[in-house]
Ligand binder design. Sequence first.
Ligand code: NDP
Length: 501
Amino acid sequence: MEPEKCCESGCIPCERDPDGKEPIDLCNYIGGEFVCHSGNEWKNVLEPATGHRFARVPLSTPHDVDSAVKAARAAQPAWGALSQSERVGWLDRIADALEARYEDIASLESRDTGKPISLARAVDAHRSVANFRFFADLLREQEQEIFEMPDATNFVVHKPVGIGALITPWNLPLYLLSWKVAPAIGMGNCVVCKPSELTPMTANLLMQVIDDVGLPAGVVNLVHGDGVGAGAPLVANSDIDLVSFTGGTDTGEKVAASAAPSFKKLSLELGGKNASIVFADCEMDSTVAGVVRAGFLNQGQVCLCGSRVLVEDSIYDEFRDRFVDAVEVMRVGDPSDEDTDLGALISSEHIEKVRGYIELAKEEGGSLLTGGLPCVPTGFEHGNWMAPTVIEGLSPDSRCSTEEIFGPVVTLHRFSGEDEAVAIANNTRYGLAGSVWTSDLERGKRVSEALETGMVWVNTWLHRDLRVPFGGVKDSGIGREGGRWSLGFFSEAMNVCVKHD
Ligand code: NDP
């Protein structure tokens, strides 16, 4: 049974009430059409800041997943046969069309996730466009790799892998989806996207853009739904050749187990518990500002956030006081207000998890220096609000110091000397990122290299060059994306060896 169209005009999406009194009903995008899901179940999409329902996302079924995978499979031979420059032309067109919707991306993302509009503009809207432009440019610059032998020449050919499952979380919805879609289709694959059911709006916008520019049907497909009904069947589908997953470590474990029996190509970008290491010789003003930003950007809901701050003994007291002062002046409030620094957390379930960790911190011997309570802006009583929270006095072995909380909660720890700093930083199952703050750049480099992580910043944080490898070690993931690593993941390198006459 093929999915039905939602309405005669095709739903893009099915906006039943433009005044916003009724929720927007989203559709899947399969084979170049917006289509209804095959089941009857929906989930309300709530604004984290207000708790208001503003959309409904279809809870798609394995049947819908199957239709999307079939559409991708049907489209792949023709898409894979296009020249690289033709595919790059499509990436350019998508980038241009997305850029024209820049403000829409920012406002939908702010509404859907609860993040401040200024952040949604500077990070989410900006990077979503930049991802398509960046991979278009990178592909344009790619040179044929050749390895000469005395009597033969080796040519490296990059072939598409086939059909990709792209699964993304709620914290940076379009930023992360575009980071996968652009290199995947640029290398000739066709894809099925499964965004988080909590934040589906900008994935829907990307499908509108893809439809508007006329990308060949089936190259990019979207199935909305939850992990059980849509995510798991997508990963398990026998016609999926690769899985690029960003999300929590526990979910990553299930994805890896499901992908393993059929040897699907797999990239896992998972959780983190990152340390910001502050040495006594740091430049205090910029370090306090940088470490606050690393701890609390997006309400602490970035996998790279520095949620453990390790401070050298001799400056601990001064740093702690200045850090807490800086946290307390952050403005928590209406995400649509240009002056807001921190918005709402994603959901009431998530806020319960974060609160649970704050209670646990008290039981584990921690002292709250600030925060720890809901801080609800006037008029937002039904939203998910939490004051930025700083805790000290916890053992570096405690659960709160080693487990990912993924909220506006930072723990402070003392250390004396490089070795102790590195030992504390590495004392977690995670290995995603970190930052080192010192005026001795040799030490900055030395300490960085001793950290068991995929990425470290010295005297900065989240300073991203899209050409560099991105990914984690230990339980933070498998593989690298970014720059040529993405192109490598989304292709199969084949060697052709030609013997000379
Ligand atoms: P989840 O792991 O809960 O979900 C991620 C995605 O996987 C969602 O689309 C989810 O669907 C889907 N999913 C859930 N179960 C399955 C399954 N069994 N099979 C396939 N897909 C499934 O993560 P969150 O959305 O809660 O995101 C927060 C996590 O993401 C944090 O741990 C954070 O560190 C990590 N993250 C990592 C990044 C990195 O680059 N390393 C970047 C950003 C976030 P649904 O939610 O709709 O049920």
